[in-house]
Design a protein around this ligand. Structure first.
Ligand code: P71
Length: 885
């Protein structure tokens, strides 16, 4: 059973959280018909048509559309995908499923004829076209509820007037058919000389159901079953916006050249030429790629697991519903028994009113009594679905208070309905979860344990030397690994690139001035570039640079400028078991002693890091920043922050310092930055971007000029710092997104979630959990391995073998050898860092990580140490290779 997604998040779409007052206004303007609400007025949009996440390959396909009128390469790609996945030889493209229906009707279904079917929905459109569609579904069947009643079907065929026989895979979203029944339908169609046509927009779900429930099918792949379904039908159609995860488009496929001939002669009338059928070239490309991907077993199993889990949660809480292949279909009349008119729309309006969730019934008014709560395919996390379910349950609990909508306009179709409503007094449901949906995904590595054993041996037991493609969950670093938002991508794409000043530079400066309160904003290509410049302009050879624990690149640049780093962090920072909440603080006594000993003029500046990385992502308190700044500014010693993870530090202040519990993150950050004269930032962390950094000064124009002088030599223009204009645009947007309270909360709480899972299992970690990473304490995890046999290095390797999770050693290997004695440093902290990228993994991934580490912990006694087989002289952790003892 899948315990986490077989993919990670590549890009996210930000969610809106309208307040109760806003929801009331939006509802009134929508005339109380939630169909009219727009996604930016809705928090979770529980609708599964064209709303799913795509793969990054599909998204890429949308950028390589061959927009030729005739015979485009994208059409060829579509044709190949159809032949490979569906097995039919011919394809006729359409603009979407309605286009397909219209085409089939106008070619194969004469007016006044009969089209028996197992479905009701989507056939609504046949009514105005003058086609009768008798219900021939077997209503007595309890497992394959979408099966045709073969006797009824034969009677209908016998009675005459039947044009073609129709079948829907997972009919109406609720009723799957069996292969056996499908073969029976085909036999009857053949007997009466009729064609069997299947709408396979949900063929994957139906195939999954067959795999699970039909005897003899358990060992067959989804791909095989899909092909068999298609080949059993004369004609097959599929909606691009459903199983193929495209945003639009449709296709009709067949093996019959005569039918194909008819379709392509007719498609030019209503849709477009037979090689594009009303789709843009890029849509055909996305559709083709979606078809090729849709049968992937682990993906299908994940989607269906989510659906079953969600439905079960609702059912367990007493919500009256019918099972759906893509969610739960609530029985509105039973949910609101006291509402005799418009129960579905009342339920929809009430759910939106209390929570901002949209669930809406489509199609004909009065066709059924259900409100589908559908899951956008691959678009949501289980945590979010749990909360949507809780919102529905919360409505159920107060259903007696719900008053009915009064119609002020009616119509045949649901979108035509308009209402009046006296708002009932209901308690709102507040979401407390990740404030974004999944927009695109990236498959993760799926090696077997044996393959991973081979891979880690090949990498000399060094996780830096593993291929990312062989890694399932990559917790090597949070640097440059964030998922960008679709807004960041839009800004990135919309850029007017320039080798001079640019609008994006202006936006970036403005955004960072707002966030930091600093006047001079100097872009650099990443953090170490800013550190290089700051060190060069501020340090005189021989000067001291006191700081709260070193970071490798920071210390290196201070030393290259002739400075000497002095660690003045509090002692608690070196104790992995101390519960002190501010392990990132500077020990003011240590600092004062240093200044007293050497004099203030010997100090270049204070190097003050937020959320101290090497200490375990530990925060600095607001008071400590204030004290240090007060002390230093009186003596004329500048204070520079390494603000790489300053938003995370601000969140720790919000949660750990009661005086700030009601203060917005944006304001906490602004106050923090008051207690410094400038900062360097590696933007690859909190800024939610994949590349970039900045150097900022509060007001000192002389420093800024000196820095810009160096920037021109080492980095690029003063208006880009060597970054692409598009990256400046992504940074400007990322800086806005990072100070969102909901976002930063979800980010840091996810790290804590992993920490708590490990603590609960008795696994030794650095406490309290930091903001960007959980650090395993290898000395306590593997006490039988001497530090010179590199327990943290071995532990990282074992975790990879056990789980496919990649972590980073931060211990004896990283620290290196003392040049004086030639011995390993044997640092106090012998750690393995599990670093959480931003917006990339779900809490189910975190559960998977914790479960795997628990398994390693259970067999810890068998784990042996390592010995170097290749030891580079500098930064040996990057390239070093080991063998097992
Ligand atoms: C991290 C990194 C990336 C890294 C760097 C060196 C060795 C291994 C991994 C980079 C930081 C950082 C802080 C606090 C400056 C930099 C350098 N961290 N300050 O944690 O954490 O920034 O990479 O953008 O040049 O994996 P840069």
């Amino acid at each position: 059973m899948a315990i986490h997604e077989p993919h990670k998040i590549k890009t996210v779409r930000l969610l809106s959280f309208p307040s109760l007052e806003e929801r009331k206004n939006h509802l009134a303007r929508a005339r109380f018909n939630v169909f009219n609400l727009t996604p930016s007025q809705v928090t979770f949009d529980m609708c599964s048509l064209g709303t799913g996440a795509t793969t990054q390959e599909q998204l890429a396909g949308s950028l390589i559309g061959d927009e030729a009128y005739a015979g485009s390469r994208n059409f060829e790609a579509l044709q190949n995908a159809v032949q490979e996945v569906l097995g039919h030889s011919y394809v006729c493209p359409t603009h979407n499923n309605l286009g397909s229906v219209k085409l089939v009707v106008s070619t194969l279904v004469p007016p006044g004829s009969v089209l028996p079917s197992n479905a009701r929905t989507k056939l609504d459109v046949l009514n105005p076209m003058g086609v009768e569609y008798p219900d021939t579904r077997d209503h007595t069947e309890s497992v394959f509820t979408g099966n045709m009643d073969l006797e009824k079907l034969e009677a209908t065929l016998e009675a005459g007037g039947v044009a073609i026989v129709g079948l829907q895979a997972f009919a109406d979203g609720q009723h799957p058919f069996s292969l056996e029944n499908l073969r029976g339908v085909r036999a009857l169609a053949d007997k009466y000389g009729k064609r069997l046509i299947c709408d396979g927009s949900r063929v994957i779900e139906n195939a999954w159901y067959i795999q699970r429930h039909e005897s003899g099918q358990a060992d067959r792949s989804i791909a095989e079953i899909v092909k068999q379904i298609v080949k059993t039908c004369h004609i097959f159609q599929i909606d691009g916006a459903q199983d193929p995860k495209c945003n639009a488009g449709g296709i009709i496929t067949t093996d019959n050249p005569d039918d194909h001939e008819k379709l392509i002669n007719e498609v030019v009338v209503f849709e477009g030429l037979h090689t594009y059928g009303g789709m843009a070239g890029r849509t055909m490309e996305m559709l083709a790629r979606g078809l090729l991907e849709m049968c992937e077993e682990d993906e299908v199993h994940w989607v269906m697991h989510q659906t079953e889990r969600f439905t079960q949660r609702l059912r367990d809480s007493g919500v009256p519903l019918e099972r759906g292949c893509d969610g739960a279909y609530i029985k509105a009349d039973e949910f609101l028994p006291h509402i005799d008119k418009h129960a579905q729309d009342t339920l929809s309006a009430a759910l939106y009113l209390i929570s901002g969730v949209r669930a809406v019934a489509h199609g004909l008014v009065g066709r059924d009594r259900l409100v589908p709560v559908q899951i956008p395919r691959l678009g949501m996390m289980n945590e979010q679905l749990d909360q949507v379910a809780d919102a529905v349950v919360s409505l159920l609990e107060q259903r007696d208070e719900v008053t009915g909508l009064q119609a002020t306009a009616s119509g045949t179709w649901r979108d035509e309905m308009e209402y009046r409503w006296v708002y009932p007094d209901l308690e709102s449901y507040s979401f407390d979860t990740f404030p974004y949906e999944i927009h695109t995904i990236e498959k993760v590595g799926a090696l077997t344990r044996g393959q991973r054993e081979k891979a880690i041996r090949g990498a000399g037991y060094n996780t830096f030397l593993l291929r990312s493609a062989d890694v399932t969950i990559d917790l090597l670093t949070d640097s440059g690994t964030s998922a960008m938002s679709s807004d960041q991508w839009a800004a990135y794409q919309g850029v007017r690139a320039s080798a001079t000043a640019s609008d994006e530079y202006g936006r970036l400066v403005q955004a960072l001035q707002d966030v930091t309160g600093y006047q001079h904003i100097i872009p650099t290509h990443q953090g170490r570039a800013a550190e290089h410049i700051l060190s060069q302009i501020m340090i005189e050879p021989g000067q001291l640079v006191p700081g709260n624990m070193y970071f490798t690149t920071t210390k290196l640049h201070q030393e290259l400028a002739g400075g000497v780093f002095v660690d003045v962090i509090v002692d608690e920072a070196h104790d992995p078991e101390s519960d002190f909440p501010w392990k990132g603080n500077i020990d003011l006594d240590k600092l004062k002693a240093l200044v007293d000993e050497h004099g203030a003029e010997k100090i270049a500046y204070i190097s003050f890091e937020h959320s101290v990385n090497m200490a375990g992502g530990q925060p600095v308190s607001m008071d400590n920043m204030k004290e240090v700044y007060e002390y230093c500014s009186a003596l004329g010693i500048p204070v520079f922050f390494d603000a790489t993870r300053f938003v995370e530090n601000a969140y720790m202040i919000q949660t750990r310092d009661p005086r700030y519990s009601k203060v917005k993150i944006r304001d906490i950050v602004r106050e923090m930055m008051l207690y410094g004269d400038g900062c360097t930032v590696s933007g690859k962390k909190d800024f939610l971007i994949n590349i970039g950094g900045v150097l900022c000064f509060r007001e000192n124009a002389e420093w800024a000029r000196a820095a810009e002088e160096m920037l021109r030599v080492y980095e690029g223009n003063v208006t880009d710092g060597g970054l692409a204009t598009a990256d400046l645009a992504a940074i400007a947007r990322g800086v806005e997104e990072m100070v969102d309270d909901r976002y930063i909360k979800s980010r840091v709480e996810q790290t804590r979630f992993l920490g708590d899972l490990l603590l609960d299992a008795g696994i030794p970690i650095v406490t309290p959990p930091g903001s960007h990473a959980i650090f395993l304490d290898a000395r306590r995890f593997l006490p039988h391995i001497d530090q010179d046999e590199f327990p943290a290095q071995r532990l990282a390797a074992e975790i990879y073998v056990e789980t496919g999770v990649r972590a980073m050693e931060r211990g004896n290997v990283s620290k290196g050898r003392d040049p004086e004695t030639g011995e390993n440093y044997r640092p106090k902290l012998e750690l393995v860092r599990l670093t959480i990228p931003r917006r990339v993994y779900t809490n189910d991934h975190m559960r998977g990580v914790a479960d795997g580490i628990k398994r390693v912990y259970e067999r810890r006694d068998e784990i042996k140490g390592l010995r170097f087989v290749y030891e580079p002289a500098k930064l040996r952790f990057f390239q070093g290779r080991f063998e097992s003892l």
